[in-house]
Write a protein that binds this ligand. Structure first.
Ligand SMILES: [Zn+2]
Ligand SMILES: [Zn+2]
Ligand SMILES: [Zn+2]
Ligand SMILES: [Zn+2]
Length: 145
C-alpha cells in the first residue's frame, strides 16, 4: 500500500490533516503591487534625470554668495582690495553735482581695480553701498538721493 495514513504509523496521535497556510485577505479593486513598482520606476527615472541636469552641487562664493567663482577670486573680497586707477574730476558720477571732495567707489567690488566711479560721499554710501559700507558694492543705475 503506497499511501500510509499517519494514524496507522503513529497510532497514538490524532490524524493530522494538512491545512492551507493562512492567506492574507486579498484587497479588492486596486492591485497595489504593480502600482508600487510603477511609482518606484518613475521615482528612479526622475532621480536619474536630476543627476544629469545637475552635475554635482553648485559651489557658491563664501563672500558674495554667487556661483562661478570662489572667495580667492571674488572681486568683493575686502582682503584683496586694490587701488582704483582713475582720475578724479570733482564731479559725482551718480548725482551729477560738483563737489570739492569726491570718493572713488569700487562698483564691482574692492578687488577689482579697473571698475571704479567717482562719487560724492553721500552717493558713495547711499547709492553705492545701500547705506552701509559693510554691504557689498553696487553700481547704481540711478541716484537715490
Ligand atoms: Zn564672490
Ligand atoms: Zn553724488
Ligand atoms: Zn564704494
Ligand atoms: Zn547717488
Amino acid at each position: 500500500m503506497a499511501l500510509v495514513q499517519t494514524n496507522q504509523v503513529f497510532p497514538n496521535r490524532a490524524p493530522q490533516y494538512w491545512t492551507a497556510p493562512a492567506v492574507p485577505a486579498v484587497q479588492q479593486g486596486i492591485a497595489w503591487e504593480p502600482l508600487l513598482w510603477t511609482a518606484g520606476a518613475v521615482g528612479l527615472a526622475l532621480l536619474v534625470a536630476k543627476a544629469f541636469e545637475n552635475p554635482g552641487p553648485v559651489r557658491r562664493c563664501g563672500i558674495c554668495d554667487r556661483a562661478g567663482h570662489d572667495a580667492r577670486t571674488c572681486s568683493q573680497n575686502p582682503a584683496k582690495r586694490v587701488r582704483l586707477r582713475m582720475v578724479k574730476t570733482g564731479h559725482c558720477s551718480c548725482c551729477k553735482r560738483r563737489f570739492r571732495r569726491t570718493e572713488a567707489h569700487h562698483y564691482a567690488g574692492p578687488a577689482d581695480g579697473n571698475k571704479g566711479r567717482e562719487m560724492c560721499g553721500t552717493c558713495h554710501l547711499v547709492c553705492g553701498h545701500g547705506g552701509d559700507y559693510r554691504n557689498m558694492a553696487a553700481n547704481p543705475l540711478y541716484c537715490r538721493l
